[in-house]
Ligand binder design. Structure first.
Ligand code: SF4
Length: 67
């Protein structure tokens, strides 16, 4: 397994094990194209910065920065 795939698998596995799979869009553009917006409601990307522990999102952000 390549490094990127292994990191993805490890990150997803850890998130499932912890039961922490948050909605964490980077900005409102992602939500504007998403079919689940009626479920999440407006402004989820703003709530991410205020109500979700930043340290818990580090693995997700690390994945997003990978090539
Ligand atoms: S609407 Fe919800 S599921 Fe869709 S991108 Fe935004 S936060 Fe994620």
């Amino acid at each position: 397994m390549s490094g990127s795939v292994a990191e993805l698998a490890r990150t997803v596995s850890d998130a499932v094990a912890k039961g922490f799979l948050p909605a964490a869009p980077r900005d409102d553009r992602e939500c504007s194209r998403c079919d689940y917006q009626p479920v999440c409601g407006p402004g989820e990307w703003q709530r991410v910065t205020k109500k979700k522990p930043a340290d818990a999102l580090v693995p997700l952000n690390k994945l997003r920065e990978m090539p």
